[in-house]
Design a protein around this ligand. Sequence first.
Ligand code: ADP
Ligand code: MG
Length: 488
Amino acid sequence: MIKMISRMSLHKKAIFATASILFFIISINTLVLTYIATKRYEHAILSKTTAIGEGMQRQLGKVLNLGIPLESFEGVNEKLKELVSRDTAIGCALVMDPAGKILFHNEQDKIGKELEDKASLKAVPSDKILIQELDPYYNLSFPLLDAEEKIVGALLVRVHMEDIHSQLYEILFWALGISAICFLLSLGFVYFFTSKFITRPIMEFRDAAVEITKGNLNKKVDVTAKDEIGELADVFNEMTLKLKESYTGLEEKVRKRTKKLQEVQEQLIRKEKLAAVGQLASSVGHDLRNPLGVIGNSAYYLKMKIKDADEKVMKHLDILQREVQRSNMIITELLDFSRVSPPSLEEVDVNSIIKDTLAGIKLSGNIVLETKLDENLPKIPADPGQIHRVFQNIIINAEQAMPGGGRLEIKTMTKDNFVKIMFEDTGEGITAENLPKIFEPLFTTKAKGIGLGLAIAKGIIDGHKGRIEIKSEVGRGTTLTIKLPVGD
Ligand SMILES: Nc1ncnc2c1ncn2[C@@H]1O[C@H](COP(=O)(O)OP(=O)(O)O)[C@@H](O)[C@H]1O
Ligand SMILES: [Mg+2]
């Protein structure tokens, strides 16, 4: 039973508890009240009958006092009839002699007969009023005494209680009926009350908790009551909010850390790659330098020796020399790359490095150059040689991205303790697919490219604790932004 109740929902428990209590109270109340009413009713009837009986006893006593024998009384039967008619509960009334012979009776045919029931016979010798409870009726006997105080008979009134009991049963029936209706109404009220003010709000809490467990931290408990449950709802909502705040804070932290980790990892990979490429580049570079030198010298020698050779031979000797020169440049770049060392910092003016770099590059004629250099740019701690190389690589890339001409804009400005340098070209742009790879060493989309320019640039800027970012749109152009920290 207890197990079954514990498995019930809160709502059912409340109803069950109320129903049990109500049932108990109403049943006890009805039964006790009905019992008391029965007893009172019985008592009232007996008192009333006693009073009537006594009246009759007195009347008969007066006549007996005159010395007239009981048997010769007249008009007694009529008086008994009248007595019986006084109350429906009075079944019969009779006068008997001490031997139990009926002298007078309200019913004519009983007169002269012997009393049959033994209980009634017992009433006769008593000299006091005797009340006998002989379920379902009461016998009330009143002794009749003559002038010498001798018992000459008794007046016996029989009160039937069946009628009263059946009336009381009817009352009980109605009382139970009304109680049942009250019981049902109370249950309905309890149902409504507990569901509206207790179970429904608790369900809200349960649903909210389930949602929150699923990860929906925006879920709120919608309880507007001003009672303890309302207070609980406020506290609950506040708790959820705090949870959400700490959760999103945590998420943000994890996101930042992960990004940092990724960056560090990428840097590490890039460094490894650079180191490997560097090693290879320096050994191959050194090995190629000598044979290239020999080829260059030989070409020079031949050119000197055969001055009158035909034009075609001269042209090929020129090509030989030019390509040797180019190969040497590539080797220099490779060796340079393998030698990117920590920057040796000095206070430098970024604007003048830009001007120097531009002076060393001859941009093709169809490119319009525009510079917007902030005159108030602070000096920053940087390695001028390395920064020069970064700018050179970027400007050359921009030029190579605009074979049909275009515009290159170079801007400098200060922002949040950083010097910001922007290179904006209107070249071919970079596809979204290539964009994440362009800082990787050896990544190139050019037939004669090496793919080291931006890798070197990134290495140098990282070494300066700066940032290098790129934005690009195919067909529209590319913007490279460098941020270098202003020293303190
Ligand atoms: N300004 C730019 N416009 C378009 N693409 C660019 C630009 N700068 C760099 N790139 C792309 O990035 C790649 C890598 O550049 P870089 O490291 O300098 O190597 P390389 O110039 O030898 O190809 C280039 O091949 C090119 O595809
Ligand atoms: Mg390049």
